[in-house]
Design a protein around this ligand. Structure first.
Ligand code: NAI
Ligand code: MG
Length: 332
């Protein structure tokens, strides 16, 4: 059966790295139909809307979406798109590659971040001049759904190789946010217990110190929305930068796959962006749609090129996006 993949390049280097990822997908033996859609700053300038209804509907009806990045309209685009694919978990692997300089080369961590609620659920109010509030939402159902996914994830061996004790770590701040993070921690721990999966816990502030000091002790980390956003970016800094990191917004029968980086206005238009993060996002898309072997082939090709070159400027090389992409496709 042909899977329909919506492709949204967005702004800036999204217009360079997403075509690279599509080139890689097109070089494989998979039956995909690509449908281009528009979103982002340029779309807003042209149409008045950063995320046209047509794009939202295409994404909601597709099998998966490959997204680049949007500029200042990022929140107007990405938050509704995560909702369009009904995403309940944001999967963010942070792995150092042997051939790339990294602050902490032993880092190999996957963050499973709650993707719908917490402090990102959009309930902010200005009560008066000088007083604003935010309502933090934590439901048992979303916490348990994330926990079930985390249990599947470790049981299926999708965590980092050598994941300590094959379980996961819950990062939270339930000592202060007793009701909301308390509920999150209790529900996730209860599901792990029911499923016979080892789950230990860390207070997220202490975790933010322990992770950079000794990343080797962590494998899969399960956390609330904001904590996952911040801690996974911290991990990105340990492994050598934004040009390398993919992510997946996983829903029930849909998903949106995107590099962690933004539009990189400082290099946009020069054709020198590192396509690795976008190509690895495409590998996650392949795996999500069941093309596990093809996903692994893409990972192997990327790793080969990272090790033997050519490399883009962010990794100390001088190759263009197209040269790196061609080298990946060549290996495939
Ligand atoms: P950024 O990720 O765009 O860039 C940060 C730094 O990393 C820059 O020096 C950039 O050149 C470099 N970089 C990023 N990706 C790279 C790649 N593939 N190859 C080589 N170098 C790379 O983050 P920044 O500068 O904070 O944000 C720029 C714009 O992107 C903002 O308008 C922001 O709103 C948007 N943004 C959008 C996101 C999304 O659509 N999901 C996520 C993050 C930022
Ligand atoms: Mg972020």
């Amino acid at each position: 059966m042909t899977d329909e993949i919506v492709v949204i390049e967005g702004d800036g280097i999204g217009r360079e790295v997403v075509p690279a990822a599509v080139d890689v997908l097109e070089s494989l033996d998979v039956d995909f139909e690509f449908v281009a859609a528009e979103a982002g700053d340029a779309t807003r300038d042209a149409t008045g809307e950063a995320l046209p209804d047509e794009t939202y509907d295409l994404v909601a009806d597709a099998d998966a979406t490959l997204f680049g990045a949007a500029g200042e309209t990022a929140a107007d685009v990405i938050l509704p798109l995560r909702e369009a694919v009904d995403s309940f978990v944001n999967v963010r692997p942070a792995k150092a590659f042997p051939s790339v300089d990294a602050l902490r080369p032993e880092t190999d961590v996957v963050f499973l971040r709650e993707n719908t609620e917490g402090v990102y659920s959009g309930h902010e109010d200005r009560l008066s001049e000088g007083l604003s509030t935010l309502t933090r939402v934590v439901t048992s159902s979303a916490s348990r759904e994330l926990a079930e996914y985390a249990c599947d994830f470790v049981e299926e061996g999708r965590g980092p190789a050598g994941n300590p004790d094959e379980g996961f770590t819950i990062a939270h701040k339930a000592n202060v946010m007793r009701e909301t993070d308390g509920r999150f921690r209790d529900e996730v721990a209860a599901v792990a217990d029911e499923r016979g999966v080892d789950a230990d816990e860390e207070l997220m502030d202490a975790f933010a110190t322990k992770l950079p000091l000794d990343p080797g002790q962590y494998g899969v980390v399960v956390c609330p929305n904001l904590a996952g956003d911040v801690l996974s970016d911290l991990a990105a800094g340990l492994v050598g930068g934004l040009g390398l990191l993919p992510s997946a917004n996983v829903g029930h029968d849909n998903g949106l796959f995107e590099p962690v980086h933004g539009t990189a206005p400082d290099i946009a238009g020069e054709g020198v962006a590192n396509p690795t993060a976008a190509v690895l996002s495409a590998a996650m898309l392949l795996e999500y749609l069941g093309h596990v072997d093809e996903g692994q082939r893409v990972r192997d090709a990327v790793e080969g090129v990272l090790s033997d070159g050519p490399r883009t400027g962010d990794l100390g090389g001088s190759a263009t996006t197209d040269e790196v992409t061609a080298a990946i496709v060549d290996r495939l």
